[in-house]
Design a binder for this molecule. Structure first.
Ligand SMILES: Cc1cc2nc3c(=O)[nH]c(=O)nc-3n(C[C@H](O)[C@H](O)[C@H](O)COP(=O)(O)OP(=O)(O)OC[C@H]3O[C@@H](n4cnc5c(N)ncnc54)[C@H](O)[C@@H]3O)c2cc1C
Length: 390
């Protein structure tokens, strides 16, 4: 019997279908169904592409060995929002926009979900599996208290939970964050919510290079920060490079930081709609988008070398992240030399087939391969997608 026939028998007709370029697709609607699907797939050694809303299909190496699409958008299990403690248990398949709305409603606007993906359809599972941070909020790993995972074998496991200090031994949740769905499929998560700010304001801080913007981007009430090269700044009608900064918090803290920005940096109040424009820029793909990590002391030179190679630049100075937008081969080469590491976030198929897209320390590769072999011995989850094509 074919894998698809077994999946139909185990899960029902409506959970299985076709998918262009693959043998088919399966869409489990609960953690239990997900576990059953993975047991069947593992037994048949049938590799899968794990997909949420598919907003970041271009991330990672192509997966020619994959046969089945495993859709997670049916994982819409129980939601629990605790407005007292500011924590929530949320299903991985739901969109971040619907979950944010739910949290706002349930807490009467007191708390917010600290994710800010480019696409409103992005799922919570996708945010956690990519663990990508943007301009707003911090790194996803800082807000995940616990995860419920289904391993490649179909075994359901939990790590962490609803309270911060219940982890003994290794905090295994961190292993799954950023592993691009190559070690297990996230079913649900406990998330620490953030208090909704009393006041928000947007400011424009003129600065010739991102290293000059590190200090203002680290102000206590700085929530979103995006330094833009001259070409991108023009799209916000700014005369030269600089940083769009959102201050958020209680009114007194925001007022104190705003006063400092004006006095120290000659900052001007800016239209908050600029944040949406910048979010759109972050998702832009002019044939190539590369993220470079740099220490504060490397920021200026990293941005300058990528600009010299022909890229427009966006940066989060406080997080040491620089994004270069270009399809030019010279920019890909410059990114390999700039900073401490790089990630090719988007590139044409030929580049994703031929280049190493994850420029992290190669000494980690044997360790990553050993972990993959332990968690997914048959290599059925997103085969070849991650660093080192594991
Ligand atoms: C330009 C850009 C800017 C971004 N900025 C931010 C930001 O500011 N803040 C932020 O939080 N995020 C940010 N992200 C990350 C963003 O949250 C993710 O790209 C998005 O949420 C992916 O969701 P998706 O459902 O479309 O995932 P998909 O595109 O479907 O999948 C992305 C990856 O996650 C894996 N995956 C999906 N669901 C699961 C699951 N349930 N279990 C295991 N693996 C899974 C897939 O296999 C794949 O490797 C940004 C991404 C991009 C491209």
């Amino acid at each position: 019997m074919s894998i698809l026939a077994v999946l139909r028998r185990e899960l029902g007709e409506d959970r299985v279908g076709s998918s262009p370029g693959l043998d088919g697709r399966v869409g489990p609607q609960s953690g239990e169904e997900l576990a059953t699907a993975l047991r069947v797939l593992a037994a048949g050694e049938a590799s899968v592409i794990v997909r949420g809303s598919g907003s970041w299909d271009t991330l990672g190496h192509p997966m020619p060995r994959a046969r089945i699409l495993l859709e997670t958008t049916g994982l819409l299990g129980e939601m629990e929002v605790d407005a007292e403690d500011g924590v929530a248990h949320l299903p991985a398949g739901a969109s971040v926009s619907s979950l944010s709305e739910h949290v706002r409603k349930e807490t009467e606007g007191a708390w917010e979900l600290p994710f800010d993906p480019v696409s409103p359809s992005s799922t919570l599972g996708g945010c956690l599996a990519t663990a990508s941070s943007g301009f707003c909020f911090g790194h996803p790993r800082d807000v995940v208290l616990g995860l419920e995972i289904v391993l490649a074998s179909g075994q359901r496991v939990r790590c962490g939970g609803r309270v911060v200090k219940n982890v003994t031994g290794y905090d295994l949740a961190k292993l799954y964050l950023g592993s691009l769905g190559t070690l297990g499929v996230i079913e649900a998560a406990w998330i620490r919510l953030l208090p909704a700010p009393e006041k928000t304001e947007c400011w424009w801080v003129p600065s010739g290079d991102p290293s000059q913007a590190v200090e203002p981007a680290r102000l206590p009430s700085a929530r979103a920060a995006a330094w833009l090269s001259a070409g991108l700044a023009r799209e916000l009608s700014k005369p030269g490079p600089g940083m769009l900064l959102e201050l958020a918090g209680d009114a007194a803290a925001v007022a104190a930081d705003a006063e400092f920005l004006v006095r120290q940096y000659g900052a001007d109040a800016s239209d908050p709609s600029g944040l949406a424009v910048v979010r759109g820029m972050r998702g832009r793909d002019p044939g190539g988008r590369i993220q470079v990590s740099a220490r504060p002391s490397q920021l200026a030179e990293s941005a300058a070398s990528l600009s010299r190679a022909g890229a427009e630049i966006l940066a989060h100075p406080a997080r040491g992240l620089v994004w270069a937008f270009s399809s030019d081969e010279a920019v890909f080469s410059a990114a390999e030399r700039a900073g401490e590491g790089f990630l090719v976030e988007a590139a044409p198929l030929a580049v994703r087939e031929s280049r190493e897209l994850f420029g992290e320390n190669p000494a980690l590769r044997p360790l990553q391969a050993a972990i993959k072999a332990q968690y997914d011995p048959a290599g059925i989850l997103n085969p070849g997608r991650f660093a080192g094509r594991i």
